[in-house]
Design a protein around this ligand. Structure first.
Ligand code: XMP
Length: 513
């Protein structure tokens, strides 16, 4: 890791907002890496941090097995900012007192700054709104600390020990409901930790290019392009580093959205990337004949994908590395207990284990919004960078029942109308995903002109989400829904009805299969 990179370590005590803290820090142009709270001091130091942030968490410092960090954190002389549980832990470890608050303080609170010269609050309003979410509170600060802010309910809403550069806030500076939260974080990073804000996407790109060159040496690299933003940005970044020693393979499994196969490969070819475009639609369709079970569809597609990819890769000749578009949330999550498999996500990169390729994951430290910024810095067009996520098994998991060419044609056309109308309404970026689903075992009666129809319905699904883990149905304006419905029934053959899915995730999932 580059020693010149200004890094702050976030020790994760399990609060729901922790990734947000890291993102806010990075918005201040300081790199932030999330590590488990139990990370030994020696390992923390390998990152050469300028400061440490202790996150919030659901535990109580007096609870049995309350999570503790390495005590060296408080003795190191590095600046530390404790947030919520992080501050309570700091207080408890250093000789202060924490107790259950008379009532749980949750929501907006009015903060009164008691020391306007405090590094965190300097130049900010003495009275400001903050977001609180805690059941415990500090009732006595540790020796050496002073109270720097309070609320009506929390006598110690912020504290500091200037000598040891230890700071704590009971509220959550990372959420939008704390309007000056970003300013408070910035003051910690710049004025306490001494960072200057050198973490930019340009700097990241230069650093990655150098690292990839060093790793790959004279080796050869392949990438599987899916058409999605992550694999595209990863490929372009690697191409900047190794040029023509990268070969990209774009497998068209015939389950893509309308126009998809026509946009990404030629665009990247124009960038100078070598792209092998494999039209494998017939193979996939043959394998999918008669398959109706959702997990079986994923298995068949995943399996066939490996075979096609390997065949093409073999034609490339000797290859040493495989590019994968893994993002930071996956990296963090794979470090925690794995959740139950709800759907076996067919992840392209994990596939060719037998090929013994070494992985290059140039985006593994980035959040999605940062990937888009990297892509934009690399000169990729908006329509590629802002494309909605699309599942690996493609339209196959949006046709409920057997996949056939006829059903694919119907679904593709309906889907294109959904997306086009949402774009025309200027809402494309406001929704996380919007698409059509064809429940092909259902037919319903309708009337068109003077005649009775008996045809498929189309389900329209549009959701808002931060990360696809949870989602809500998008409150699309009625007139947009009306246009979508009217166009679909008028333009798409074999469809006489359109319904809108108004279920959140959970309990539903985003996709129907
Ligand atoms: P669900 O349906 O589980 O989807 O709420 C969450 C996100 O994951 C995408 N998704 C997939 N992506 N292979 C993928 O690569 C899959 O099998 C798959 N299934 C769902 C989905 O589109 C959403 O963005």
């Amino acid at each position: 890791m580059d020693a010149a990179r200004e890094t702050v370590i976030l020790l994760d005590f399990g609060a729901q907002y922790n990734q947000l803290i890291a993102r806010r820090v990075r918005e201040c142009r300081v790199f932030c890496e999330i590590l488990p709270y139990s990370t030994p001091w020696a390992e923390i130091m390998q990152h050469k941090p300028r400061g440490i942030i202790l996150s919030g968490g659901p535990a109580s410092v007096y609870g049995e097995e309350a999570p503790q960090c390495d005590p060296a954190v408080f003795r190191s002389g590095l600046p530390v900012l404790g947030i919520c549980y992080g501050m309570q832990l700091m207080a408890a470890v250093l000789g202060g007192r924490v107790a259950a608050a008379p009532g749980r303080e949750y929501g907006r609170a009015r903060l009164t700054v008691l020391d306007a010269t405090d590094a965190l609050f300097a130049g900010l309003p003495r009275e400001q709104d903050v977001w609180m979410s805690h059941g415990d509170q500090i009732i006595a600060t540790p020796p050496g600390f002073i109270v720097t802010a309070r609320t009506d309910y929390a006598p110690v809403a912020a504290m500091r020990d200037t000598q040891r550069r230890l700071y704590g806030v009971q509220f959550h500076p990372e959420v939008q409901h704390t309007p000056f939260g970003q300013e408070i974080l910035r003051r910690f990073l710049y004025d306490v930790c001494g960072c200057t804000g050198t973490w930019t996407m340009r700097a990241f790109i230069d650093e990655q290019i150098e690292q990839i060159r060093e790793t790959v040496g004279e080796g050869r690299v392949i990438a599987a392009l899916s058409g999605g933003v992550d694999s595209t940005v990863a490929a372009v970044l690697v191409h900047r580093a190794v040029g023509e020693r990268l070969t990209c393979i774009f497998v068209d499994h015939g389950l893509l959205r309308e126009g998809e196969a026509e946009v990404v490969p030629p665009r990247l070819a124009r960038e100078g990337l070598r792209v092998i475009h494999v039209d494998a639609a017939a193979r996939f369709l043959a394998k999918l004949a008669g398959v109706t079970d959702p997990e079986e569809k994923r298995r068949v597609i995943g399996h066939e994908f490996i075979r096609v990819f390997e065949e093409e890769a073999r034609k490339v000749g000797r290859v040493d590395y495989l590019v994968q578009g893994t993002l930071y949330p996956d990296v963090i999550e794979s470090g925690t207990a794995t959740a139950a498999t709800i759907k076996s996500h067919h992840n392209v990169g994990g596939l060719p284990a037998e090929m013994e390729l070494k992985l290059i994951e140039p985006l593994r430290l980035l959040f999605k919004d940062e990937v888009r910024r990297v892509g934009s810095e690399l000169g990729l067009p908006e329509d590629i960078l802002w494309r909605h996520p699309f599942p690996g098994p493609g339209l196959a998991v949006r046709i409920l029942g057997e996949v056939t060419p006829e059903k694919l044609a119907i679904l593709r056309q309906a889907d294109a109308i959904v997306v086009e109308e949402i774009r025309l309404a200027g809402l494309y970026r406001d929704v996380w995903q919007a698409f059509a689903v064809l429940p092909s075992s259902i037919r319903s009666v309708g009337v068109m002109g003077d005649g009775r129809t008996y045809a498929y319905p189309i389900i329209v699904r549009a959701v808002t989400s931060e990360d696809a883990m949870t989602a809500d149905w998008a409150r699309l304006p009625y007139d947009v829904l009306a246009r979508i419905a009217s166009r679909i029934v008028n333009e798409v053959p074999m469809v006489n009805r359109v319904v809108y899915d108004i279920t959140a995730k959970p309990p539903a999932t985003i996709e129907w299969e």
